[in-house]
Design a protein. Structure first.
Length: 341
């Protein structure tokens, strides 16, 4: 995933529960919460046990309390941070793309314990619970760095292309990651730290977001040719597809509702329902905000959180393809829930 900067692309500038019908529009806006600060942003990740949201933001990680809907702290000195995740032993790990390192952080004090070298541009970061390890997917390194609970690198796995989002299934001991430049899903054995399969995502192209339904063994892939794909995570077979907006980034799956979400920079979230293991149906195209392409899901409340900002037109006399300018301090979270709850 590319780091969100003050500018958006010209294209962007132009632009349980009973299963509802599309017209029922299950998700509704709840509120905006100001985050402020300077710089762009990238991944949002949930700390479910701590009821917190970890928001990458420029050179820091903002810690957002889900009970009070307020900023309660920050992790400093994370240059070019892409993401942050909770791991074992109450540690947070961050992927610092600007320095080719991951920070290991005390989850309570938010103080950095150590920094760990990765390969080039660590981007997406995830915790793998079976082996209790952290994976950074390195954009320019075209690899995964695997870090244990003590902050030691235990493996570097070549991936054969630029990785984007990943997902894990601890029951089968696999990690799945999008190879954006290879138009494929790369499958990693978490015990061996080896690639064991590569599955093409056609008719999808250049995938970004990835989520998993571990019960039904289904992957949900957000592709840049405006498709959400449903893949069998046991054999790589594409089972279904639905249209989504342009500029997809994040994709999530809620096991409690069967909804899969893809957030797009054109200002929409496509919400599809897994009607059956081989059937995916769009139930809502939720309007959000231009540029709101990164998202997190809280499966406990079924709320979704999107990072957004305000923008002004390019200055007079700018080139025809000039990008809009982010209003300083305007970053905020947009919060949505089922029936506005």
């Amino acid at each position: 995933m590319r780091m969100r900067t003050l500018a958006l692309t010209a294209a962007v500038a132009l632009a349980a529960f009973a299963v509802p019908r599309a017209a029922d529009a299950p998700y509704r806006f709840i509120k905006d919460v100001q985050i402020g600060g300077d710089g762009g942003w990238d991944y949002l990740n949930l700390d479910g046990a701590g009821r917190r949201l970890l928001i990458s933001h420029g050179t820091k990680v903002v810690v957002f309390d889900l009970k009070s809907d307020a900023v309660v702290g920050e992790i400093a000195d994370t240059p070019g941070v892409h993401g942050a995740v909770m791991a074992a032993e109450a540690h947070i790990f961050t992927s610092n793309g600007g320095e080719n390192k991951a920070s290991m952080v005390d989850g309570k004090t938010l103080q950095t314990i150590k920094k760990v070298d990765t390969e080039g541009n660590p981007d997406f970061i995830m915790y793998e619970p079976k082996m209790k390890e952290v994976y950074t997917f390195n954009g320019s390194g075209k690899s995964a760095t695997v870090i244990d609970a003590d902050g030691k690198v235990v493996a570097t796995i070549p991936l054969g292309g630029k990785p984007e989002a990943g997902a894990s299934d601890p029951a089968v001991g696999r990690v799945y990651v999008n190879n954006e430049t290879g138009n494929e899903i790369v499958v990693i054995d978490v015990a061996k730290h080896e690639v064991v399969a590569k599955w093409p995502i056609a008719p999808g192209e250049s995938a970004a977001g990835l989520a998993i339904d571990t019960k039904n063994k289904r992957l949900f892939i957000g592709a840049h040719n405006s498709k959400m794909l449903m893949m069998d995570s046991t054999n790589g077979k594409i089972l279904a597809e639905v249209p989504i907006g342009a500029g997809v980034d994040a994709t999530w799956f809620d096991p409690g509702t069967g909804y899969a979400f893809s957030s797009c920079s054109t200002g929409t979230v496509t919400i599809a329902h897994e009607d059956a293991p081989d059937k995916l149906t769009v139930v809502q195209t939720l309007p959000t905000a231009t540029g709101a392409r990164t998202m997190a899901l809280d499966p406990a409340t079924h709320r979704i959180y999107l990072a957004a900002a305000k923008y002004t037109p390019p200055p007079a006399g700018s080139a025809p393809n000039a990008r809009p300018v982010m209003v300083p301090g305007s970053m905020h979270l947009k919060i949505y829930g089922i029936n506005g709850k």
